[in-house]
Ligand binder design. Structure first.
Ligand code: AMP
Ligand code: MN
Ligand code: MN
Ligand code: MN
Length: 283
């Protein structure tokens, strides 16, 4: 078995349920040898995770998953190997986090209108360390008995057109890529199969992403069906993008793939880590 590489994961700093150190320990126990922590819009867990990884002899990659508005849609861009001390990235993420607080109030007001009280406090109770997200509202709503599980709570309340959905403007693609590249990081388009864009819009997105300095895309991810993997491998090749893989793990039982379970990248993909010294260290 090849050494496991997982370049997409979440801790309690965003909407994961394990603290950064616990996440790293879980990854190590599942055979992961090189891990990126990529919390949504927040780099606050990287130092703790890096220290744990170092103690366990695991290669650790700084990461962040930036929320972006593109053509009236939300897309996610991973910054891998970002520096935690690049001022524009720090400021840009702080602004996104501030926007999340405003959005949370809008979400709570929408839920209030259909008779669900207390969701703002309820969501914040689940968001102890960093950002506030729809996942924290989802946990509150399930706990309060408004839905039975995560998939149904999103469907019922938290997606476009539902009472707890609040239209929000995230960072522009240009800004997000500028911050990542400026910090010395590698921009990777996260889970392209999740965007439901249609072929023309997907090609436009990949073209713009490339033009703005995007370098890679997730080909293997917990969000892709087996059919999507070769499809996005072909698009990566067509747009000369490097390929990445990550579980998007959010904690035990969180309706995402567990760590240490990812299939290999298809033949012909150039891995985003092809020239990383950290990858050399695990072979
Ligand atoms: P936000 O960035 O606040 O919009 O929250 C997005 C997060 O909610 C994603 O990163 C997922 O972790 C989670 N999420 C979104 N859609 C779903 C869904 N249908 N089922 C379960 N989790 C979801
Ligand atoms: Mn998430
Ligand atoms: Mn995502
Ligand atoms: Mn993610």
């Amino acid at each position: 078995m090849l050494p496991q590489i997982d370049l997409h994961s979440h801790s309690t700093v965003s909407d994961g349920t394990l603290p950064p150190s616990g996440l790293v320990e879980h990854a190590a126990a599942r055979g992961v040898r090189m891990l990126a922590l990529t919390d949504h819009d927040d780099m606050g867990g990287l130092e703790e995770a890096a220290a744990s990884a170092s103690a366990l002899g695991m290669q650790f990659i700084n990461g962040v998953e930036i929320s972006v508005s593109w053509n009236k849609r939300t897309i996610h861009v991973l910054g891998l190997k970002v520096s935690v001390s690049h001022a524009p990235l720090i400021a840009g993420l702080a602004e996104i986090r501030a926007g999340r607080h405003v959005r949370a109030q809008g979400m709570a007001a929408g839920l209030e209108r259909i008779g669900i009280a207390g969701s703002l406090d309820g969501a914040y109770r689940h968001a102890k360390r960093g950002i506030i997200s729809r996942s924290h509202f989802a946990r509150f709503l399930v706990e309060a008995g408004h839905a039975k599980d995560f998939p149904s709570v999103f469907k019922k309340f938290l997606v476009k057109g539902k009472p707890g959905y609040f239209e929000h403007r995230w960072a522009s693609l240009e800004d997000a890529l500028g911050w990542i590249i400026g910090s010395g990081g590698v921009p990777v388009l996260a889970h392209p199969g999740r965007y439901d864009l249609g072929r023309t819009n997907m090609l436009t997105l990949l073209h713009e992403f490339r033009e703005l300095g995007g370098r890679g895309m997730e080909v293997v991810t917990g969000s892709h069906t087996p059919e999507m993997v070769p499809h996005f491998a072909r698009l990566a090749h067509q747009f000369e993008l490097l390929s990445s893989c990550g579980s998007d793990y959010h904690g035990p039982g969180q309706s995402y793939l567990d760590m240490g379970r990812l299939p290999e990248l298809p033949q012909g993909c150039v891995p985003v880590w092809h020239d990383w010294p950290e990858a050399g260290a695990i072979n």
